[in-house]
Ligand binder design. Structure first.
Ligand code: GDP
Ligand code: ZN
Length: 347
């Protein structure tokens, strides 16, 4: 079962209609600030799967018969360059992966995307969450905990800012009907999955994972671990209720890990993040959000300099077009959704 935004109800998950969100390579995906250039010609490039107490597990020779994981420390020369799950790391030293060996990360390959958050909306200091993801699966529960559109909006903004395609799954639809909640996201052209106890859309979501790196985000308690375990049976992510106030009962590790999704149809990467409580957007650039709405971005080229594109901006070309009836129903709905997202952060 699926709900798709916009005016057309499409049955096909594969279909991604004209009015859907466009993402593009992130212009801001920052370059690793490695000053020292490859004195390390023997370095091999591997995928950072996770980080635990300063030790990185890195997958070498991915998809080759000799694929294996090594444990690596970061070279001192990297200084404070963040290395995160999903990074392509340049590794030297003992890369056999044999018991007790430790290799060294001497650099990271330029990222194609970078998902980050700030401590809050005014904080420009960003925390890097995941590198090189091209999709974000936002997990929200129909009830217990109650879905909050504002939180979903914030995830959407973070995804669009990073040039990552957002997808949405509503869990616990056995407990409540999510239609009213979902109507808030009309106009985004968002692919939406519905999940219920005993009826998890494993194949449908799985089909979207193949060939992609998909970061899973959601508030704790929404059933994200349950879903990850269904998609990746070997994952063994701890599930269970977490007290939201004290955080007690949290036996899930607090780190972000890459897990491999495998089906007869292909493979992909699931990047599971710990339940994120706050998702500050202090770093977000409104131009990146606008750019995801291709056809509206074109109209906005006629906006006055520094236009906020918000509903109260009288000279905004988008508002003028809407008032002149030039946008049509879909266009107006998309403009509303864009303006809502623009209002979710201070930028
Ligand atoms: P996480 O904190 O997001 O990883 O959530 P968990 O996967 O640990 O799930 C939290 C609780 O919700 C657990 O008790 C699950 O059994 C329960 N749960 C997960 N999915 C569903 C669902 O679709 N329906 C119902 N009724 N409960 C669910
Ligand atoms: Zn404008």
């Amino acid at each position: 079962m699926s709900w798709l935004g916009g005016d057309d109800e499409l049955d096909d998950f594969e279909e991604y209609d004209e009015s859907s969100i466009r993402t593009r390579p992130n212009p801001k995906a920052n370059r690793p600030r490695t000053k020292r250039r490859p004195a390390h010609e023997d370095a091999v490039v591997g995928r950072v799967l996770g980080v635990d107490r300063g030790r990185y597990s890195v997958l070498i020779a991915e998809d080759r018969p000799d694929e294996h994981t090594v444990i690596a420390a970061r070279a001192r020369e990297l200084r404070r360059t963040p290395i995160v799950t999903g990074d392509r790391a340049r590794v030297v030293g003992d890369t056999t992966g044999d018991q007790g060996t430790l290799s060294r990360i001497v650099g990271i390959v330029e990222r194609t995307s970078l998902l980050r958050r700030s401590a809050d909306d005014t904080d420009q200091v960003e925390r890097v969450i995941v590198a090189n993801a091209d999709q974000m699966l936002i997990v929200v529960a129909a009830a217990d905990p109650e879905p909050r559109e504002r939180l979903v909006d914030r995830y959407l903004v973070a995804a669009l800012d990073a040039g990552i395609r957002p997808l949405l799954v509503v869990t616990k639809t056995d407990l409540a009907d999510p239609s009213a909640f979902l109507s808030h996201f009309d106009g985004l052209g968002l692919t939406v999955f519905s999940s219920a106890r005993g009826r998890m859309p494993v194949d449908e979501i799985g089909a979207e994972l193949i060939g992609h790196s998909t970061v899973f985000v959601g508030h704790s308690g929404v059933g994200k671990s349950t879903l990850v375990n269904a998609l990746v049976p070997s994952a063994g992510r701890a599930t269970g209720h977490v007290n939201e106030v004290t955080g007690r009962g949290r036996h899930t590790s607090s780190s972000t890990v890459s897990l491999r999704y495998t089906s007869a149809a292909g493979r992909g990467w699931v990047i599971d993040t710990p339940g994120v409580r706050s998702f500050g957007l202090g770093h977000v650039d409104r131009a990146n959000i606008l750019a995801a709405y291709t056809e509206l971005a074109e109209i906005a080229e006629d906006c006055p300099r520094g236009c906020t594109h918000l509903p109260d901006a009288d000279d905004c070309a988008l508002n003028l077009a809407a008032r002149a009836g030039a946008l049509g129903e879909t266009g107006r709905s998309r403009l509303e959704s864009l303006q809502r997202l623009l209002q979710t952060f201070g930028g």
